[in-house]
Design a protein around this ligand. Structure first.
Ligand code: SF4
Length: 181
């Protein structure tokens, strides 16, 4: 995993807060650290999780499977209620990546940011990866000013010329704007 833009100190501070805020999480984390990795029995819950909130995208990169899925997606968008239930059940989590295959900012309304806020209320570190096409200034300043959420522009994102070959409907010029840190 890349070093978070907020720095290792902030990352470690949030890890400590996450463990201190829930005795079950701390016990689960201790079990994870004590586990013999070659053992057949896993007696702890996941401490990190990849969560795919949407499986669709506004791009059609030539090497990506999204375009091959029927109607360009493999599942309905995750709702905030489902996300909250998952986070509550998985009390061992200290970190999530909120993105799978697809563009996470395609989620309608404010639910993607509600998810980030809910995870951050439990000091769960949040990462995401985006093709950056939706990262206009209002989105960044209103919703991503909270320490403990890390965004990355996808390294697999096709450059503008490749994009325009991949799909005439894609406005690739917006993807080349720099990401605010
Ligand atoms: S931006 Fe990412 S998710 Fe979207 S089509 Fe390209 S590789 Fe796939």
């Amino acid at each position: 995993m890349p070093v978070p833009a907020a720095g290792l100190e902030a990352y470690q501070r949030e890890r400590a807060l996450a463990l201190a805020s829930d005795a079950r999480r701390k016990a689960n984390y201790d079990a994870y650290q004590a586990h013999q990795r070659r053992g057949a029995v896993v007696d702890y819950l996941p401490i990190k999780l990849n969560i795919e909130n949407v499986s669709r995208c506004n791009f059609r990169c030539t090497m990506c499977v999204v375009a091959e899925w029927p109607k360009g997606q493999r599942a309905e968008d995750m709702t905030f209620d489902d996300f909250r239930r998952l986070i509550d059940e998985q009390y061992g989590l200290v970190e999530i990546k909120l993105q799978g295959i697809g563009e996470p900012l395609m989620q309608r309304g404010d639910e993607f940011f509600e998810m980030i806020r809910y995870a951050r209320s439990k000091h769960i570190w949040v990462r995401t990866t985006t093709n950056a096409s939706q990262l206009h200034l209002r989105t960044i300043t209103r919703n991503w000013s909270t320490p403990g959420s890390t965004k990355s522009r996808s390294r697999s994102m096709a450059p503008p010329r490749t994009c325009s070959r991949a799909s005439a409907s894609v406005r690739c010029s917006s993807a080349s704007r720099p990401i605010a840190s």
